[in-house]
Design a protein around this ligand. Structure first.
Ligand code: 5GP
Ligand code: MN
Length: 343
């Protein structure tokens, strides 16, 4: 964050404030870990902070400390709107544009009279925040929350619960510390979080070893549906609404499934297409290895965006037509895809 902005924010926060903290729609581990960490930090500093999430988050994150006080904008609409109206400032975490909270909540935020602060690691943040801390090199917003507390000279205030939330955000957004964005700084921070009480084995267990039988069967179906195109170093997975229903789909069940396509040898570009009958769209996740930017690909062809190696988007076509369209794009990227990742 630019020095002038940081000084202004510090002086604004020197007296107790009502603070609302907002993650993106369909919040993931980083969105929930970072918002809950910051929320508990502010509450320990005599502020009154509340996390208002646009909608429900996966069951495997419900154990996170502070989770019991999260309000869902779509389900607890009145209380959420009141919290927003009564707030002195809103922190936007882990997203870069207001529309990422969904149409309804974006409308409410669009009418907000006080300032926004944004802490985020996605590319090309919209110009909405009076206080902006944006860094696309950092692996997770949760790590940025740690750096934010460093800027406030206050990492000593990190409790076991706050450390647990930050650890969870870093762990989930780095694929358990393996993506290229994981640096030695990340590991030093994680070491400090463990010193401050984060129980790494328990956190991994609660997030990754909490599968239902149905979730594994849905994964089985996804793997059966996987198709690879070695000439484009590309593989994709599809899941139809009928397949989701057959295995009792719950929010979060498809999280991480796209990585199985990327785990194929010599595949640098992996995609999952998931039919969403409720929103009448195909939700798409893109992942890549190396220099092929799925952020640009998602922006250009599927109204989305994200990071160079992990992005998302959507399609208004049917599942079948979306696949046809997607495969028709691949020849244009043949050279880029073949040169994307050298061992
Ligand atoms: P996921 O595939 O896990 O939903 O998302 C991967 C990354 O891309 C996340 O960092 C997410 O915030 C971002 N992302 C997902 N969908 C969209 C989208 O529609 N627009 C933008 N700008 N980013 C997205
Ligand atoms: Mn993130």
């Amino acid at each position: 964050m630019e020095k002038g902005q940081l000084n202004k924010l510090q002086s604004f926060l020197s007296t107790p404030k009502n603070i609302v903290i907002v993650p993106h729609r369909n919040p993931d581990g980083d969105a929930m870990g970072s918002t809950l960490a910051l929320c508990q930090y502010f509450n320990s500093k005599n502020h009154t902070a509340t996390v208002v999430a646009p909608n429900e988050y996966p069951e495997f994150l419900h154990w996170l400390p502070g989770s019991e006080n999260v309000w869902l904008f779509d389900k607890q609409n009145k209380q959420s709107k009141r919290a927003i109206e009564n707030s002195d400032i809103i922190f936007l975490l882990d997203f870069n544009a207001l529309h990422r909270v969904g149409d309804d909540m974006a409308k409410t935020l669009g009418e907000y009279k006080n300032d926004f602060a944004m802490i985020d690691h996605h590319q090309q943040p919209d110009d909405v925040a009076a206080y902006l801390y944006s860094d696309t090199e950092i692996c997770s917003t949760a790590q940025m929350v740690y750096h934010f507390l460093e800027m406030m000279n206050d990492t000593d205030s990190i409790t076991k619960d706050i450390a647990t939330c930050i650890y969870t955000g870093i762990m989930t957004d780095t694929g358990s510390f393996r993506f290229r964005s994981t640096t030695s700084t990340t590991h030093k921070i994680v070491a400090d979080l463990i010193d401050k009480g984060a129980e790494n084995d328990k956190i991994h267990n609660q997030v990754y070893d909490a599968n239902s039988h149905n979730r594994l069967l849905l994964l089985g179906q996804a793997l059966i549906n996987l198709k690879a195109f070695p000439e484009f170093k590309t593989a994709f997975i599809t899941l139809s609404e009928a397949e989701k229903n057959k295995f009792g789909y719950q929010k979060g069940d498809t999280e991480g499934v796209v990585n199985y396509a990327l785990s194929l040898k010599d595949i640098n570009f992996a995609v999952i297409f998931i039919e969403d009958a409720e929103q009448k769209i195909i939700k798409i996740s893109f992942r890549s290895k190396g220099s092929f930017s799925v952020n640009q690909f998602a922006r250009k062809h599927f109204s989305g965006g994200g990071h160079d190696n992990a992005s998302g988007g959507k399609s208004d076509r049917s599942l079948e037509d979306t696949i046809t369209y997607f495969t028709s794009l691949l020849p244009d990227y043949k050279n880029e895809l073949q040169g994307s990742y050298e061992e």
